[in-house]
Design a protein around this ligand. Structure first.
Ligand SMILES: [Zn+2]
Length: 444
């Protein structure tokens, strides 16, 4: 994990938030490579779950909503973790995460066993909407994106002309005031979710939960996280939320332990029913053909953007010993991202930076590819070092423009370049015209 954290900082994937002021516990910034990686993940999720389907529509709800939403959903009452204070060093801890020795729990900070009784700590961040800091103006930063999709169910249904079963998808920020943020970006206080609420008839709920499990496993496979790295946990009776009839947790083998990436919960008609009751508004579904009215059930695949980004980094990270042409061996650090997730798709280099014809030709290739993919132009240093830099960034392809390209060694080699593959380090000669179709197919 240390190596991954260090690479992420060194190469500009992830920085501590407000680092020059000592950071802020539980908050992170994504740098130039990190933001591309995260965007590729979100874009592909959106494409798979919204654009490629007839039965899904998207929305983008506000982060701050009427407080009544969180009363109805139960968050104001019960969205809390048990917290204890250490009477000796005053540190606060999550009671269910305390280390234990000889049957008693102790403070991980100072070792004291003099702890308060656990009490509920609500995880929602509070603020005020408007100039008065009064109870009437109290608002919360949303702790999940899901509720916007429930409270807008009627509007989405009426405007999208969908029929059951259909889903609403949303990607957005959520906030939880975690007592002890930990494991890098895995558990932070500000994070992003990719959530689906898939509405259906009661009799289809269980089968659709299994259907979504399969869809989601396929998704992870398609971004480069193989099935055998994901543990599917079928949460047993008694451990699920009381309203859920089936819940799967999808867990990934992180270096710090097997931890949850996504939950797929069959939530029955709980959420819509709560909002019908609290708002008095009709959120029922009206089936015109069968002339029946009922509250739809819902299956919720809910994934974490930051967690999945971290899983992508962990899965891609590799170090291998390679021998160069002079017989010298060195350790190559490489991020083996699936090409569709890679922050930069292709590095483009002129062999030498002091040859204007090579530089001009390389820039021509850049201009050709840039409208279609993220490109990095690099002319500094030996070619081998430029390859290594792209390996560390996870760039799947590199293109080198040399004297053959500009026709110095005969017309048959003109307008061809060296295409180098990150994982195998194999190089091949391809024509410039071939580049776009080849690369576009690989990153789709
Ligand atoms: Zn202590």
């Amino acid at each position: 994990m240390e190596k991954i954290v260090s690479l992420c900082k060194r190469r500009g994937f992830i920085f501590q938030s407000s680092e020059i002021y000592g950071g802020l516990n539980g908050f992170w910034d994504f740098g130039p490579l990190g933001v591309e990686l995260k965007r590729n993940l979100k874009d592909f999720w959106w494409r798979r779950n919204v654009r490629e389907r007839d039965d899904m529509v998207g929305m983008d709800g506000s982060i701050i909503m009427n407080r009544a939403v969180w009363k109805a959903s139960g968050h104001e009452e019960t969205f809390s973790d048990p917290m204890v204070d250490c009477k000796s060093c005053k540190a606060r801890h999550r009671a269910d995460q305390l280390p234990e020795k000889d049957g008693t729990k102790y403070c991980p900070n100072c070792g004291s066993r003099d702890l308060t009784e656990p009490r509920a700590f609500n995880l929602m961040f509070k603020s005020y909407a408007g100039p008065l800091e009064s109870d009437d103006n109290l608002v919360y930063l949303r702790p999940e994106t899901a509720q916007a999709m429930f409270v807008q169910f009627r509007n989405v249904l009426d405007t999208s002309r969908q029929k059951l079963p259909f889903g609403i998808a949303q990607i957005g920020k959520a906030f939880r005031n975690e007592i002890n943020p930990r494991n890098y970006i895995f558990r932070s206080r500000e994070f992003e979710q990719m959530e689906i609420e898939y509405f259906c008839r009661a009799e289809d709920g269980l089968a659709l939960t299994d259907y979504w499990l399969e869809q989601r496993l396929k998704f992870y496979e398609d971004i480069g996280i193989p099935r055998d790295k994901i543990h599917v946990v079928d949460i047993p009776d008694g451990e699920r939320a009381f309203y859920s009839k089936k819940t799967y947790d999808l867990e990934y083998e992180f270096p710090f332990g097997v931890s949850e990436l996504e939950g797929i919960a069959y939530r029955t008609d709980y959420d819509l029913s709560r909002h019908i009751e609290a708002s008095g508004k009709p959120l029922e579904y009206h089936d015109q053909e069968k002339n029946e009215k009922f509250v739809p059930h819902v299956v919720e695949p809910s994934a974490g953007v930051d967690r999945t980004t971290l899983a992508l980094l962990c899965e891609a990270f590799d170090e291998e010993t390679v021998t160069d042409e002079n017989g010298k061996s060195e350790v190559r650090t490489v991020l083996r991202f699936h090409p569709r997730m890679a922050p930069i798709k292709v590095g483009i280099f002129p062999l030498l930076k002091n040859k204007p014809e090579l530089v001009a030709k390389a820039k021509e290739v850049v201009a050709k590819l840039r409208p279609h993919m993220a490109v990095s132009y690099d002319e500094a240093g030996a070619i081998g070092r430029r390859y290594r830099r792209q390996d560390e960034a996870g760039t799947p392809f590199c293109v080198t423009v040399d004297f053959d390209t500009v026709g110095e060694n005969g017309p048959e080699k003109a307008d061809t370049v060296t295409l180098r593959h990150r994982d195998s380090m194999q190089q091949e000669r391809v024509s410039i015209d071939e580049l776009l179709p080849r690369l576009a197919a690989a990153i789709l």
